[in-house]
Design a protein around this ligand. Structure first.
Ligand code: BES
Ligand code: ZN
Length: 848
């Protein structure tokens, strides 16, 4: 494996005085930077990527330097060591790959415009100026910039502007000195932006901005959330927000979801803007993303991981805090439930495939860094582990430890051990021993509980779906049982507890483990223990109901139990009204659908089952929002209508068409909560050339990212070969489909559709070099490897997948996803083969 030198070992920067002159029209920039710091060696190195370095000066003397493009570096020979200031003159090109400094494209009233902004995480500051571009090389930054500014345009950066009067004459934007921070957190945005501002109780200036393609009212929701989460964190961490401003800006082109640059957080538009026709889900998503990025202002920005192997310190933590903070400021949302239907299943599924990475992973080469940001592992599993830890310690102890951690390590860098030490001091518990088993090992255990001769046996074993190699791993499993009299943690492979009946007589209800589903394991209840739970299933709390469904589904996917057993399980929950249960049933139905072939008698039976399962909620909720209904009802309605329309419920199909007709002239006005369903339904039942053209034109014209996603999704239902071909031709046209949306909104949805799959899969293979060139540096590139693996279910596709991807196994950016993808498809193919008959029989028996 290639390793990489850490440049901070030779030169420790203290301050960057950086000037940039940006020319959007020419797509170029030039600048200079004076880097003061300490040289520890006569040969020092700085990062640079694709920069033209004109000169390097020390005390006005030119130094000799060599460019080393392969290592994204330049090397300098110094006449002396010690404190010094090096001045670099450089120039570069602005490219479209959404890293470094890049343009976002948008249109206002028919005029094409560009806003320039930055994305420096993980290691892209080097594309804009020579720097020691490593998280440990913290320094202060003095940024000033000029750009080809037009009337009304502005520039924003991490810190407030200084010398605004001078700017009126010179056009030079100057920003106050930043705190000591890592290079990946520097940011600016320049262009025709507008926004709203407010102040927190402590006087921090908070602002939310967007391009003028959006109404100012669209930033109000996120502004309010930002103010309140900052105030929450100041309280919770006991540490003040460290700098004078917290600005948030939505950008038309954005590779990731959002980026926590200190004081200037950047977002995809869908994660910051909310207009009057929005869904509960999209508002909650905005709140969670804002809360996530604001959490980073402490965890990540004030205290930063020493190196990328501890990325989880940033991301797992922020991903947990987004739920803690939003739950505190909007308690009625029950936002922890959202984690149960998103992060939890994601982590449990991916972490069950052999070959998955652990949360803490060694990284050497920059090319590997991108592969760290696995949403299912560093985000979903990592935050699940943090929730587990928080519960294990208790909230008061947890915050006490965090406060000590921030105070001790502010403006510097840490490794995982530093956090464990702070939490161990606060709690007196061996936090490192508890957490290491979870962070350093991939996978998770299934805890099997059984009863024999009045003895309760509890054992753990790694849980796998698909082909695997046993590694004999063990974890520190917090049992979190609803019964008292049982041990807190299972650290051995297995324990036996005698006198079960006596224990049972001291407790009420069926014995359960992992209450609230906060710990990262699943439970396989055997025999009467399972019967006891199923007998009281409908009386359990909603999280537990969902948990049982999720756990049984995973056990079925691994072949531990028959998939057909899920049919009666969801049938027992058909009358439930909660979102959690509706979502749990929906995910099982998605699973069952795999076993059902299109245009068969089996499909007729399956649709009938889906209809029956959703009937009571359909009768209760219908299409229209009721006065005073809860947010939860809106979310249940979406699932219910999806089911009802899928099942061919004639009343629902007619109603959806009627809503479409009422809004044919302005599709944006279809109530957002049912818009996706109405658009889908129309194309499924009334597809025509005019309709698909109308959809595409609406897609191009709207600036609402959620609406765009809904339209793309609807178009994926096309059954017309010409339409499919003409849509495919647009995928490489950036004026129609932004590269940021190609994987998720288009490729995934079309690949999932039987009619389009073959064509779209061939398109990807034929255009692989283009995909790689257009998205190779993008966060979404690996989705072109992951999505087919999530979808393919025949041995033919498995062979094709292997034939295409196996030769690319040496590409570090996608290698792990390829080998996991192969296992994932193979497991699905085998499961369908083994269970098809049983599942379809169970479906037939379940319908009325
Ligand atoms: N620090 C990340 C953004 C990032 C990810 C930058 C990968 C560079 C590479 C940011 O805090 C983040 O986690 N963003 C998420 C959204 C978040 C709300 C889960 C993302 O972009 O997916
Ligand atoms: Zn993050």
């Amino acid at each position: 494996m290639k390793t990489v030198e850490h440049f901070v070992e030779k030169f420790v920067p203290e301050n960057y005085n950086l000037f940039l002159d940006i020319n959007r029209a020419e797509k170029s920039f030039s600048g200079n930077v004076a880097v003061s710091g300490e040289a520890l060696d006569n040969r020092v190195s700085f990062h640079q990527k694709d920069l033209a370095i004109k000169s390097v000066l020390l005390d006005n003397q030119e130094l000799t330097f060599t460019m080393d493009n392969e290592n994204e570096a330049l090397h300098i020979e110094l006449p002396e060591t010690g404190s010094m200031t090096l001045v670099f003159e450089f120039a570069g090109k602005i490219t479209d790959n959404m890293t470094g400094m890049y343009p976002s494209y948008y249109t206002v009233e028919g005029v094409k415009k560009e806003v320039i902004s930055t994305q420096f995480e993980s290691h892209f500051a080097r594309e804009v100026f020579p720097s020691i571009d490593e998280p440990e090389a913290k320094a202060t930054f003095d940024l000033s910039l000029k750009f080809d500014q037009e009337e009304g345009e502005i520039a924003l950066s991490n810190m407030p502007e200084v010398n605004a009067e001078r700017r009126q004459e010179t056009g030079l934007w100057t920003f106050a000195t930043s705190p000591r921070m890592s290079s990946y957190l520097l940011a600016f945005a320049a262009g025709d932006l507008h926004g709203k501002t407010a102040h927190t109780k402590n006087g921090t200036l908070v602002g939310s901005y967007a391009t003028k393609a959006h109404k100012l009212s669209e930033v109000e929701f996120s502004l309010d959330i930002a103010v309140r989460v900052i105030e929450f964190y100041e309280d919770y961490f006991g540490v003040k927000y460290p700098i004078p401003q917290s600005l948030h800006v939505a950008l038309p082109d954005f590779s990731a979801g959002a980026m926590e640059n200190w004081g200037l957080v950047t977002y995809r538009e869908v994660y910051l803007l909310v207009d009057e026709n929005s869904t509960v889900t999209s508002r909650q998503q905005v709140a969670l993303v804002v809360a996530h990025e604001v959490a980073h202002q402490w965890f990540g920005n004030l205290v930063t991981m020493k190196w990328w192997d501890d990325l989880w310190l940033n991301e797992s933590f922020a991903n947990m805090m987004e739920y803690v903070s939003i739950n505190a400021i909007e308690p009625t949302w029950n936002i922890f439930e959202d984690f149960q239907t998103s992060g939890v299943p994601l982590a449990l599924k991916r972490d069950a495939t052999d070959g998955v990475q652990s949360v803490h992973v060694a990284v050497n080469h920059p090319d590997e860094i991108n592969t760290l940001f696995d949403p299912a592992i560093v985000y979903a599993k990592g935050s699940r582990l943090m929730h587990m830890l928080r519960r294990w310690l208790g909230d008061a102890t947890f915050t006490k430890g965090l406060n000590a951690y921030f105070t001790k390590h502010q403006y510097s860098n840490t490794i995982g051990r530093d956090l464990w030490n702070a939490l161990a001091d606060a709690s007196g518990k061996d936090v490192a021993a508890f957490m290491n088993s979870w962070l350093e090992q991939s996978g998770y255990p299934v805890v099997t509980v059984s009863l024999e001769n009045d003895t309760l046996k509890i054992s753990q074993k790694q849980f796998f779906i698909g082909e695997h190699e046993e590694k004999g791993r063990l974890w520190h499993v917090p049992l979190n049982s609803n019964w008292s009299g049982l041990p807190d943690t299972l650290t051995e492979e297995s324990i036996e507890i005698p006198n079960y009946s006596q224990l049972a007589s001291q407790n009420t209800g069926a014995l359960r483990f992992n209450t609230e589903n906060t710990a990262h394991y699943i439970t396989d209840y055997q025999g009467e223990l399972l019967d006891n739970i199923l007998n009281e299933l409908t009386e359990l709390d909603n999280i537990s109901k969902l948990q049982i469904v999720q756990e049984r589904r995973l056990l079925a996917e691994s072949g531990e139990i028959s998939y057909s057993a899920l049919v009666s399980l969801v049938k027992a929950l058909a009358h439930e009204t909660s979102y959690l249960v509706a979502a749990g049933i929906r995910s099982v139905l998605n699973g069952l659908e795999l076993f059902v072939e299109s245009d068969t008698e089996e499909e007729v039976a399956f649709k009938k089952l889906v209809g029956e399962l959703s009937q009571s909620n359909y009768d209760r909720l219908g299409f229209e929002k009721h006065d005073g209904e809860s947010d939860e009802d809106e979310m249940v309605r979406q699932i219910t209508l999806t089911n009802a329309l899928y099942s061919g419920n004639e009343d629902a199909v007619a109603k959806a068409s009627q809503i479409f007709d009422e809004h044919r002239d302005n599709l944006a006005n279809i109530p957002a909560a049912v818009r996706a369903l109405v658009l889908n339904n129309q194309i499924k039942h009334h597809e025509s050339k005019e309709l698909t053209i109308l959809y595409l034109e609406t897609y191009i014209a709207t600036t609402d990212g959620n609406f765009k996603r809904q339209i793309a999704n609807a178009l994926s239902n096309t059954k017309d070969a010409d339409t499919l071909a003409s849509l495919l031709a647009k995928w490489q046209d950036k004026d129609v489909v932004k590269p940021q949306d190609l994987a998720m909104s288009w490729y995934y949805t079309f690949l999932r559709n039987d009619f389009a799959q073959e064509t779209v899969w061939n398109w990807a293979k034929e255009n692989w070099n283009w995909i790689k060139a257009a998205l190779g540096g993008d966060m979404s590139f690996d989705k072109f490897v992951i999505y087919p693996a999530n979808i393919f279910k025949t041995s033919q596709r498995l062979d094709e997948y292997k034939a295409f991807f196996e030769p690319q196994l040496s590409d570090m950016a996608i290698s792990r996803n390829i080998s996991m993808g192969i296992k994932e498809i193979a497991a699905r193919v085998a499961l369908i083969e083994a269970e098809k008959v049983a599942v379809n029989t169970a479906i037939k028996e379940a319908i009325n």
